[in-house]
Ligand binder design. Structure first.
Ligand code: ZN
Length: 211
């Protein structure tokens, strides 16, 4: 885990978000991104609320504490999902948490919801995930039901992240993907790897009509 300076982290995250936006992974105000700037006390840099992710700049960020509240005299409203970012960053001891809303992740999360998750194996790109060294290694992404209350959502997610082996991310049904990393670079790599995998799963799945 690494701590980052605020300005440098914001600029790096902006470049990453622009790339993700172009791929359709965080259109409109969807998705949010965070990076730990300090470990003790816990401080997290996150996007402000309601930002168009195609237009996000280095001033559109806010530092929050471990409960997701503005810290150190910061003003403004952090992203609606800030509490979940902070909770996941602490539980997974992550330096960066990233959340995307792609079409494949949304479709897969809804289709596999009743099974509690989706198992993925057999793809070379799995090696983009920390600790995965062969395409034969199987990963499991838990899926939890969506909620607008982030505390309720975290209560659903928390036990699913405590399993061994630890998951590399999770899906919220009908909503999107969360993943994280030991650094901003690793979290970005995990988004790209998991979005690739979810796109593969989506293209091979025969989806039922939405009810
Ligand atoms: Zn979201």
């Amino acid at each position: 885990m690494e701590a980052r300076d605020r300005r440098g982290a914001a600029q790096q995250l902006c470049r990453i978000i622009t790339g993700f936006y172009r791929r359709g992974w965080c259109l409109a105000t969807s998705g949010n991104f965070s990076a730990r700037t300090q470990n003790d006390p816990f401080r997290l840099l996150i996007t402000r609320s309601g930002l168009d992710k195609g237009l996000v700049g280095p001033d559109d960020w806010i530092v929050v504490d471990g409960d997701g509240r503005p810290a150190d005299g910061e003003t403004g409203k952090p992203s609606a999902e800030t509490f979940l970012h902070a909770a996941v960053a602490k539980q997974m001891e992550a330096a960066s948490v990233m959340h995307t809303h792609s079409i494949p992740a949304t479709l897969v999360s809804e289709h596999f919801r009743t099974g509690g998750g989706v198992t993925i194996r057999g793809y070379e790109i799995l090696k983009g995930l920390r600790g995965v060294t062969t395409h034969e290694q199987e990963i499991f992404l838990p899926i939890v039901d969506n909620a607008q209350d982030m505390q309720v959502l975290y209560e659903r997610v928390q036990p699913r992240l405590a399993t061994r082996p630890r998951p590399h991310g999770f899906l919220i049904a009908g909503h999107g993907l969360y993943t994280w990393g030991d650094s901003i670079e690793e979290a970005k790599r995990h988004v790209e790897t998991l979005e690739f995998l979810l796109d593969c799963v989506a293209r091979r799945t025969r989806f039922a009509p939405f009810e």
